[in-house]
Design a protein around this ligand. Sequence first.
Ligand SMILES: NC(=O)C1=CN([C@@H]2O[C@H](COP(=O)(O)OP(=O)(O)OC[C@H]3O[C@@H](n4cnc5c(N)ncnc54)[C@H](O)[C@@H]3O)[C@@H](O)[C@H]2O)C=CC1
Ligand SMILES: O=C(O)[C@H]1O[C@H](OP(=O)(O)OP(=O)(O)OC[C@H]2O[C@@H](n3ccc(=O)[nH]c3=O)[C@H](O)[C@@H]2O)[C@H](O)[C@@H](O)[C@@H]1O
Length: 456
Amino acid sequence: MNISVFGTGYVGLVAGACLADVGHQVICMDINAERIALLEAGEIPIYEPGLTELVAQNVATGRLRFTTDTAKAVKESELLFIAVGTPPDEDGSADLRHVLAVARSIGEYMDDYKLVIDKSTVPVGTAEKVQAAIADALNARDLSLDVDVCSNPEFMKEGAAIEDFTRGARIVVGTDSEHVEARMRACYAPYNRNHDKLMFMSVRAAELTKYAANAMLATKISFMNEMANLAERLEVDVEEVRRGIGSDPRIGYHFIYPGCGYGGSCFPKDVQALERTAREYGYHPALLSAVEQVNYQQKQTLFTKLQRTLGDVIGKTIAVWGLAFKPNTDDMREAPSRELMEALWAVGAKVQAYDPEAMAECRRLYGDRHDLILTFDRIQAIKGADALVICTEWKAFRSVDFTWLAGELSEKLVIDGRNLYDVGDMTAAGLRYVGVGRNNLRLVNATYSSGEPCRD
Ligand SMILES: NC(=O)C1=CN([C@@H]2O[C@H](COP(=O)(O)OP(=O)(O)OC[C@H]3O[C@@H](n4cnc5c(N)ncnc54)[C@H](O)[C@@H]3O)[C@@H](O)[C@H]2O)C=CC1
Ligand SMILES: O=C(O)[C@H]1O[C@H](OP(=O)(O)OP(=O)(O)OC[C@H]2O[C@@H](n3ccc(=O)[nH]c3=O)[C@H](O)[C@@H]2O)[C@H](O)[C@@H](O)[C@@H]1O
């Protein structure tokens, strides 16, 4: 099939490359000329495991092409995927500017039937707005052409995006048209061989399914972070509780890892946008507000724990391991590391940071500043530091020589935002170790008693 994908970000580029890989003819279009030039030169603007090879292979076969030419992308394909960003607007709702700009361009350039597929995460009712924007542009040209709009939300995770796209649990399509159903079945047939993963539903249900999925996952995380904060006060190790509840298949082990708060480009913005939608429709979303509130509080936990254990962080040098919002990506959008570093800088502390993939992104975000040193490796980040804080659970951080670490850090303090280590091993090496919900803040600081203040 001839497919165009608008937007070559995490979703558009992965979707485009995967669809080309199963035999479709794909054009990836972006208004960012620099990005397209990079892609045409064989460079990938983001870090996503396996993507460089997948793009190269499919460009070589001629099935994957890049362009900044909107008219070409509209005219040459029947299936038009919209995969542009939907960032939060000032009031927290999803900003549909980019989605509707693509819709207008489709109406401006189409000259035969098109099936428009909303892959971006968009609020309930957006497909109708996309249809209206296309119709307006067609009217302005005095044309009446058939066009269908369906919803096909994406559930991939960064760092495992190719695997998720090609072997995801389900493919949700919102449509009430038999023709659209047939075309979408044909498009996804290569991924649908073993069992039927395609789920057809109403357009509005598909749009809400995407937000409900992200909100449910964010709720699990905030719930577990709340348990961690409680466990700390009850002198319980939350990791034991995690194993205890995860073993119940009704709960499961996924997304119950306590930590320093969820980040990334989606959970924060999608929970906020769903909350906004609820309010718009006269419903008070008590649970969603609490999920957000717990996460806001959790993102401060690393700095609070540092302050509580060190007393004062002014003038200290803090080593930070992990800058990306999660492992296997270079994405630092809403990353807990940013909250920590900005809080440290505000009180006059220095940061020595290392991340296997996000160093360039960190430099792009913060530029050259005297209180940020990006080191060549994780070892260099420790040299001359007073304490270590772990923000991202990259595999390479899992095995460490604790005795060496205790010898290097002047305060012998490790704040572990991802609970990577065993409390006993760390203390045996002479380290003061503070995890999240690990019942050990009291051990490292006798003055700690009342816990962190609750945010109203
Ligand atoms: N990042 C992720 O893992 C996932 C994201 N999503 C959703 O998918 C959508 C896209 O997300 P990302 O790929 O992360 O965004 P992104 O910000 O990485 O990329 C968006 C791209 O769209 C381009 N763009 C903007 N306006 C355009 C236009 N008029 N025509 C063509 N290109 C245009 C931008 O230049 C940019 O390259 C969002 O709605 C997001 O919520 C859904 C599932 C996973
Ligand atoms: O809509 C989206 O963009 C995507 O959002 C998430 O994917 P992503 O943000 O890439 O990454 P996740 O693995 O879900 O992690 C999100 C955040 O939650 C945190 N997390 C995750 C799991 C957990 O148990 N604990 C926890 O704190 C991670 O550290 C990270 O900061 C969803 O998992 C995807 O299904 C969805 O498609």
